[in-house]
Write a protein that binds this ligand. Structure first.
Ligand code: CDP
Length: 798
């Protein structure tokens, strides 16, 4: 006997918005059926390995590849000189600079690509690299932007016509005159100089490509670890001169991206060129060290901020100077209009009339990058500066750091709020968010406990950070990458049985798109989320889009999904009206049921309508129920959060332990709360790692220290503190479903909270500033050299 399952009708049953539907993609991953780049093989496939520079800065006198070429199994050795014959020795970067594909004149950072071996076996290719002889004339290495900008510094980019120094860009935002005027009338000026160290996204899966260019048909099928397959297809067409319709990029399952899989790397270009010339598929997969030493880093911003203040603690203006270390090529993946990314969002969550931000970038002998690593285009650095600065100002003025924020917050009734640097924040209720987080931690009694602990010689610290992020790039009038407008798309096709396929321009790297985007369709049309298959990452079979990074999938791709669902709902209503013999205007849609206003018993389901779309239409209507929508957002969306961290610092060793971490996030309407919490956990863990243990440094010769997981530490469950999550939910008024992005927020907000907490523990000694990572020895020496010296002395939070 068969039981007939009742039709799912409630939003929970259909997996609509707001429900923690289990991630559909996980069944496959748990069963070992992930389909990553390195899982792909093709008949006759060859393997490529890349020779990288062991030194940071040197002129190349000669390259002798004969030893490698003579090895059995080596099919080709590729050099820059060879690529130059195809006009491929240099390529454009995402920021419109040029980058060497394989070095011809000089090497400019340790790990730079010099030559590649293509062989029948990956081990043969790797071993053959040792038989390439490169003769270098070593040049002095420049390892900091300050060194790079000093008069007389050796010129790194002597390949660029007209380039006479190491300056990459100068850019400013805000109103210099209004800011000067506000500073002139300020009671107090508080300044802070800080540094956000170079970081690396370090995804579990490294970058790679399998390029298959058919030399007869000209068809290039390229499997690639790409967060932005459509944009990459266009860049490939521009770089390689291949007709765009002949390029198919397939971005399979991706084992983490975090911005690292947005830039176009030389290895991609060399493998594609090798396949084109040899006529066989060529695969290249990076090693861990290659990934850490040469692919897109993040941060590396030296920042100086000044606040003009009244004696009562009201902020009047902000002045910022920033110097960024761009590495040897300017390869930030960011909107072209903003030379320093969206760093000018540095005004934060506070209401004041004037700000002026001056930024400069410098070439150094380090790997290029500046990717949107778990943040929207350099917003992490900005948020770090303003939150550290506000805490410093609170100490200088003797005001409680929470009170300082309440005094200056943009108030709920001020939204939409235009910042002095031109962002229009859409919505928010910052005081409620911070109050909720403070209440959860018991802030007032904690401050009393802190004072008592100090009297006993214990160092308790309470750190606050309240951040606003700007995500969902972006409105076409301001946002483009290499001229490509930052729109995104969704194509929805509903089959006769009422099942659907949703094709997207964005591309998941673990964010759960197959689940959440199906939930949006379920919410709009009442088709159960389980009945919606989501397809991404194949440029021949999905509509154009700029990809997934900088928390743009939900604000842009999610909006496109809602919009096309609504368009189809309108057509479906007309079909329902035809089936129910009612007027179009009388049809209502609720959780997949179309009924006649006032006669709820006269109804048909979305499944009935789907069948009718192919079998029984009103006169003159076109068959089918499908369409595509390209979404151009009217504004960015502005998620925010209030974080509170409690730490205890050991005065004898500088070791600091997190006692509590409260993270309140507001991303507007949560599509899948469970996935949102997962995203936040990831970001908080990253923020903790950054503030406590993770950095990439370089010695004076430009040798990278941090190109393996023994030096570049990945946080595990062992050292990561417990996170206590809270939420508020102020929808974005201009987003079709009120959702704001969330993917990166926690990394944006948390480092300042951790650092502020450690500094708060020793602020009464006069310590105002320690750079990340706050390793025990740094904290310990800050305690030792503090003007107040004795750990138990002093009182109050400042
Ligand atoms: O661009 P990316 O996917 O990294 O970031 P996002 O769209 O801001 O958020 C990451 C994931 O969190 C999304 O893919 C959704 O799965 C989920 N999310 C959600 O469920 N509700 C929101 N309001 C925002 C994100």
């Amino acid at each position: 006997m068969t039981t007939v399952q009742p039709k799912p009708t409630t939003t929970q049953e259909i997996g609509g918005i707001g429900h923690s539907v289990k991630r559909r993609e996980d069944d496959r991953f748990i069963a070992g059926q992930g389909n990553y780049l390195d899982d792909h093989t093709l008949p006759g496939m060859l393997h490529m390995a890349i020779l990288r520079s062991p030194v940071a800065h040197a002129r190349i006198k000669s390259i002798d590849t004969s030893g490698a070429a003579a090895i059995d199994g080596v099919v080709a050795v590729v050099t820059g000189e060879l690529l130059a014959q195809y006009n491929l020795a240099w390529m454009p970067t995402m920021s419109g600079d040029t980058q060497a594909v394989l070095a011809t004149d000089k090497v400019r950072f340790q790990g730079q690509e010099i030559a590649a071996v293509v062989a029948t076996d990956p081990y043969i290719a790797e071993d053959a690299l040792e038989h390439i002889d490169v003769d270098y004339e070593i040049l002095p290495a420049i390892t900091s932007p300050q060194q790079a900008m000093a008069p007389g510094a050796v010129l790194i980019r002597d390949d660029k016509e007209g380039q006479t120094d190491n300056s990459v860009y100068e850019w400013e935002s805000g109103d210099a005159a209004a800011t000067e005027a506000a500073f002139a009338k300020a009671d107090r000026v508080v300044a802070l100089e800080t540094f956000y160290p170079r970081s690396h996204p370090a995804p579990l899966e490294t970058c790679g490509i399998l390029a298959d260019v058919n030399s007869v048909s000209g068809q290039a099928t390229i499997y690639m670890t790409s967060q932005a397959p459509h944009a990459h297809r266009t860049v490939f067409a521009m770089v390689a001169g291949l007709p765009e319709q002949n390029i198919r990029i397939i971005s399979p399952d991706i084992g983490g991206g975090f911005g690292n899989k947005v830039p176009v790397y030389p290895g991609y270009v060399v493998a594609t060129a090798a396949s084109l010339v040899i006529g066989k598929p060529v695969k290249w997969v990076e090693s861990r060290t290659e990934n850490l030493i040469s692919t897109g880093f993040a941060r590396d911003y030296y920042m100086k901020g000044e606040l003009a203040l009244t004696n009562e603690g009201r902020i009047l203006a902000l002045r910022v100077e920033m110097l960024s270390d761009q590495g040897a090529f300017y390869a930030d993946a960011q909107p072209t209009a903003f030379k320093a990314g969206l760093f000018h969002v540095v005004t934060g969550s506070y209401d004041y009339p004037a700000a002026h931000v001056k930024t400069r970038g410098a070439y150094t002998n380090k790997a290029p990058g500046g990717v949107a690593y778990r943040c929207s285009f350099r917003i992490t650095e900005a948020s770090y500066l303003i939150e550290r600065l506000v805490q410093t100002a609170a100490y200088e003025l003797g005001i409680d750091p929470a009170e300082m924020r309440f005094k200056n917050f943009i108030q709920p009734e001020q939204f939409p709020y235009e910042t002095p640097t031109g962002f229009v924040y859409d919505s928010g209720d910052y005081p409620t968010a911070l109050r909720k987080a403070l209440d959860e931690v018991g802030y007032e009694s904690l401050r009393a406990e802190q004072a008592k602990a100090r009297a006993e010689g214990r160092l308790l610290g309470i750190g606050i950070a309240h951040f606003t992020e700007a995500v969902g790039a972006g409105p076409s009038k301001r946002y483009d990458i290499l001229g490509l407008k930052m729109i995104d798309s969704a194509e929805l096709r509903i089959h006769p049985t009422g099942k659907a396929i949703l094709k997207l321009g964005v591309k998941s790297q673990g964010q759960g798109h197959a689940t959440t985007f199906a939930q949006i369709v379920a919410n709009e049309l009442g088709i159960p989320a389980d009945d919606v298959k989501v397809l991404e990452g194949d440029t021949d079979n999905t509509p154009y889009g700029l990809g997934t990074y900088a928390s743009r999938s939900t604000p842009v791709g999610g909006a496109a999904t809602a919009m096309i669902s609504r368009t189809l709902a309108e057509k479906a209503k007309k079909i329902a009206a035809h089936l129910l013999e009612a007027a179009d205007a009388d049809i209502e849609l609720e959780s997949g049921t179309f009924s006649v206003k006032g006669s709820p018993d006269r109804s048909v389901t979305i499944q009935d309508v789907a069948l009718a779309a192919y079998t029984n239409l009103p006169d003159g209507m076109e068959y089918g129920l499908e369409g595509v929508h390209y979404y151009d957002p009217p504004n960015l969306t502005y998620p925010y959060g209030s974080y509170v961290v409690v730490v205890e610092v050991d005065p004898e060793t500088g070791v600091w332990k997190v006692q509590r971490m409260i993270a309140l996030d507001d991303c507007g309407v949560r599509i899948n709360p469970m996935i949102v919490e997962g995203q936040i956990h990831g970001g908080l863990t990253e923020g903790f790692a950054k503030s406590s243990m993770q950095w990439i440094t370089f010695d004076d010769d430009g040798n990278c220290i941090g190109s393996n997981f023994m030096d570049y530490l990945i946080p595990t469950a062992w050292e990561t503190p417990k996170f206590e999550l809270l939420e508020t939910c102020v929808p974005s008024p201009h987003h079709p479903i009120g959702a704001k992005g969330v993917g990166e927020s926690a990394t944006v907000g948390s480092p300042a909270a951790f650092v502020n907490a450690v500094i708060d523990a020793i602020a009464h000694l006069g310590v105002r500033n320690i750079d990340m990572p706050l390793l025990p020895d740094r904290v310990w020496s800050a305690i030792q050299s503090a003007p107040g010296q004795s750990a138990g002395s002093g009182s109050g939070s400042g």
